[in-house]
Design a protein around this ligand. Structure first.
Ligand SMILES: Nc1ncnc2c1ncn2[C@@H]1O[C@H](COP(=O)(O)OP(=O)(O)OP(=O)(O)O)[C@@H](O)[C@H]1O
Ligand SMILES: [Mg+2]
Length: 220
């Protein structure tokens, strides 16, 4: 479902690549944790996958097509993203934030709002549906961002440090939720995280990015 082949990425102005010759293959329904120290390029790697950045060399294929050739509205339907800084819209309610992800793709408002409510139920914050994001705890905001990412029933969920601001119990609940979603709807997940010990407890595939290289397995 996802293939990175010999991918090298530079940011403008930097003589060093963020990473080079990265190879990664994700099967449909697979669950993978992406670890690596701060600055290793985890966010950058995810940005290449959802086509917010382009590699200097190599290929990123999603469902057998180069991501750059996939129209944005199709990519947004197929790939759900939980951003490192959650990016909820401050002036909209939690429910509207989740619904908006479906509305921008032109889905019927009634259907979208029903699904948004179901998703909030599923992530455990249905009682917060009418609230603005800033009135939620960090963990609740993270759940809202996850519900939004699930709006369009993606085949691949990318989550960037989704437990960043959470205590270990809440972090575990978020990972439990991903594992459960992965199991119940067969959505592939690629989860970038610093919570290595927590992730290691899930017995899932881990890949590690460090010093410009990606390799199989957790940190050594
Ligand atoms: N827009 C940008 N322009 C230039 N350099 C950037 C840009 N974004 C990131 N970088 C650099 O690329 C490298 C990788 O950054 P990235 O955000 O991908 O790391 P990360 O692994 O996600 O780190 P963290 O764990 O702190 O989130 C860093 O050295 C960073 O300074
Ligand atoms: Mg990052």
């Amino acid at each position: 479902m996802l293939v990175l082949q010999g991918v090298t990425m530079y940011y403008p102005g930097s003589p060093q690549p963020v990473f080079s010759d990265v190879n990664l293959r994700l099967e449909p329904g697979e669950f993978v944790f992406l670890t690596g120290p701060s600055g290793a390029g985890k966010t950058t790697l995810l940005r290449l996958i959802y086509s917010a950045a382009r590699p200097a060399a190599g290929q990123v294929l999603f469902e057998d097509r180069p991501v750059a050739s996939i129209p944005g509205h199709i990519l947004r339907r197929r790939i759900g993203i939980v951003f490192q800084d959650n990016r909820l819209l401050a002036h909209r309610s939690v429910l509207d934030n989740v619904a908006f992800a479906g509305e921008v793709l032109g889905r019927p408002p009634g259907e979208v709002r029903r699904r948004a409510m179901d998703l909030l139920e599923q992530v455990g914050i249905a009682d917060k549906a009418r609230r603005r994001p800033h009135t939620l705890s960090a963990g609740e905001r993270q759940r809202a961002a996850i519900a939004r990412a699930l709006m369009n029933q993606p085949r691949l969920l990318l989550a960037d440090e989704p437990t960043g601001n959470l205590d270990p119990d809440n972090a575990r609940r978020i990972f439990d939720l991903f594992v459960e979603l992965n199991r119940s709807v067969g959505m592939a997940c690629l989860v970038a995280t610093h919570a290595v010990h927590l992730a290691a407890g899930y017995d899932r595939r881990m890949v590690h990015l460090e010093g410009g290289r990606l390799r199989e397995g957790g940190p050594r």
